[in-house]
Design a binder for this molecule. Structure first.
Ligand code: ITT
Length: 193
């Protein structure tokens, strides 16, 4: 059984990563002292830069391989926003609800509602970068939230393959197709797991 440490403060992400552990000989554990460590400043211009930055920041505190995910929503009509600012789109103290509200406001009256979720996972051993893995999924943003599953922008993100939002899909369904599921499976494949 391979143990991988994960550095995230987002319980939604951790829940999804742990689902992978059900199907592969891998144990995914939150880095034990994650909350006590100084926070990583995510000031990169891309998901990849931020994922690498986060993984290298926390990697030396793990007793083995550690990964971090940087992810977000890119909206075509907003020139790719919120992008790397997805978690803090509505400013200091942003919540999923305030971010979703702002997104709906910015898209009000907009016909082109195409968007994608993107995920980059960086895997490190100490500070040494082992690899970067990618996932992306296309969807359409609705005009109101539907469903209470998942987290973040999920209730607004309508997935054509499912015919419902990620907020209405089961956790297993979402992970089978999502940006995070794709990136995680790519990392496990690279590790031969
Ligand atoms: P960590 O950095 O601690 O992992 P975070 O939530 O701050 O947690 P990011 O900086 O990567 O993570 O920002 C990701 C944001 O993008 C997240 O907070 C959501 O707003 C959005 N997002 C990413 N993946 C998502 C998903 O699967 N469903 C819904 N929203 C998602």
């Amino acid at each position: 059984m391979t143990r991988l440490y994960c550095a995230t403060g987002n319980p939604g992400k951790l829940r999804e990563f742990r689902m992978a552990a059900d199907k592969a000989p891998v144990e995914i554990e939150l880095l034990a002292n994650y909350r006590q460590l100084p926070e990583c400043v995510e000031d990169g211009a891309t998901f990849e830069e931020n994922a690498i930055k986060k993984a290298r920041h926390y990697g030396p505190h793990a007793a083995g391989l550690l990964f971090a995910d940087d992810s977000g929503l890119e909206v075509d009509a907003l020139d790719g926003a919120p992008g790397v600012y997805s978690a803090r789109y509505s400013g200091a103290g942003a919540t999923d609800a305030s971010n979703n509200r702002l997104l709906l406001e910015r898209l009000s009256g907009t016909a082109n509602r195409a968007a994608r979720f993107v995920c980059k996972i960086a895997l490190v051993e100490g500070e040494r970068l082992v690899g970067v893995y990618h996932g992306a999924v296309e969807g359409v943003l609705l005009e109101e939230e539907r469903g209470t599953g998942g987290f973040g922008y999920d209730p607004l993100f309508w997935c054509p393959a499912f015919g419902c939002t990620f907020g209405e899909a089961t956790a297993e369904q979402k992970f089978s197709l999502s940006h995070r599921g794709q990136a995680l499976r790519a990392m496990l494949a690279a590790l031969g797991l």
